[in-house]
Ligand binder design. Structure first.
Ligand code: COA
Length: 325
């Protein structure tokens, strides 16, 4: 089995910024409520007509450049998303076409906010076994397209963006351990009920606002703290490490309070949690991906650091990974 590492990262964020003050004009909320309950100040919004692959392609190009890999040499493309351009073809195929990455095998992964970690673990398997020499993984979301702008419980939380990484064999460091989990019995806590084969698009589904995110925030909050803590401890154990060995946690960014509670639970100084939720909100699969990019590019993560990726999302699903950078 080959040792696999992350050899390049990329990011793309749409230009349009939506502030808490802008939201005060849309729904009955306040900057004070959003800031204290979630940690979010602003989020980005895709331009009209800008789809998931448009964001993904930009992040992918930067990651390939960073990894010094030409798109013609990419062997696997996985896009993690809950807001694909279309039900099919996969968004990964649109990305392949735009990049002219003709050799690549392409598919999407549906693991909501844990999608980037799921994609990373899948890609790792293929590379470790020698099936493919490299992989481009992307977390990309246009959550504004499934956000109910009349629902103050959810519309203040989400944003649009994309992050990407290139994986390949490395001679030292790389992915030390991975840990995935799922519990479908809790699917009712977070879902988009309309548009699939259960409730195909109809006048009724639109009248019932079924094409927007439905969330039971309070229950999710408690579950998130518990499962992110458990996943962190499990994946560290698999790597033969403890909380004190971690230099940076790159978590899914659902709520600053979730992350601070998790840090406390696993005995980790809160300064080690990398946050970008204040600027971008929750971007589902793109959150972990962009946090990783920003932690690397701002020189927070240095060579040799122990980095813990930790995410959870609708499904419910969760995933964690330890990387020696
Ligand atoms: N502005 C002002 N008030 C709001 C509001 C908003 N945007 N959204 C909800 N409220 C109100 C509620 O209506 C409720 O009012 P009530 O007490 O009169 O009924 C009150 O604030 C408290 O609501 P509650 O849901 O208990 O708040 P909370 O402290 O749990 O915070 C979340 C709500 C959504 C921020 C929080 O539960 C959370 O982050 N959950 C996890 C979400 C998540 O992880 N989602 C993605 C998973 S990947």
């Amino acid at each position: 089995m080959k040792r696999v590492g992350i050899i390049g990262v990329g990011e793309y964020l749409p230009k349009k910024v939506l502030t808490n003050l802008d939201l005060e004009k849309k729904v009955d909320t306040s900057d004070e409520w959003i800031t204290t309950r979630t940690g979010i100040k602003t989020r980005r919004l895709a331009a009209h007509g800008q789809a998931c692959s448009d964001l993904a392609i930009n992040a992918a190009r930067e990651a390939l450049e960073d990894a010094k890999i030409c798109s013609a040499d990419v062997e696997l493309i996985i896009v993690a998303t809950i807001t694909p351009d279309m039900q099919f073809p996969s968004t990964a195929c649109f990305v392949q076409s735009a990049l002219r990455a003709r050799r690549a095998v392409c598919f999407d992964v549906s693991a909501a906010c844990a999608g980037f970690v799921y994609a990373l673990v899948i890609a790792q398997q293929f590379i470790a076994r020698g099936t493919y020499k490299n992989a481009l993984i992307i977390g990309s979301e246009v959550l504004s397209s499934i956000t109910d702008w009349k629902d103050r419980n959810t519309c203040v939380l989400f944003g649009d963006g994309a992050g990407a990484a290139v994986l390949a064999p490395v001679s030292s460091g790389g992915i030390l351990s991975t840990y995935l989990g799922s519990d479908g019995s809790l699917s009712n806590l977070l879902m988009l009920p309309g548009g699939g084969s259960r409730h195909p698009a109809s006048h009724r589904s639109i009248d019932m606002r079924m094409h927007y995110i439905k969330m039971r925030g309070n229950e999710l909050f408690k579950f998130a703290v518990k499962i992110m803590s458990e996943a962190a401890l499990q994946v560290l154990k698999l790597a033969g490490l403890e909380s004190k060995d971690v230099d940076w946690v790159i978590p899914h960014q659902a709520n600053t309070r979730i992350l601070l509670s998790m840090a406390k639970k696993i005995n980790l100084p809160k300064e080690k949690i990398f946050l970008n939720i204040d600027r971008y909100g929750n971007m589902s699969s793109a959150s972990t991906a962009t946090a990783l990019y920003e932690a690397v590019k701002s020189n927070c993560i240095k060579k040799g650091d122990i980095v813990l990726l930790d995410a959870f999302g609708g499904g419910l699903v969760w995933g964690a990974c330890v990387v020696r950078w």
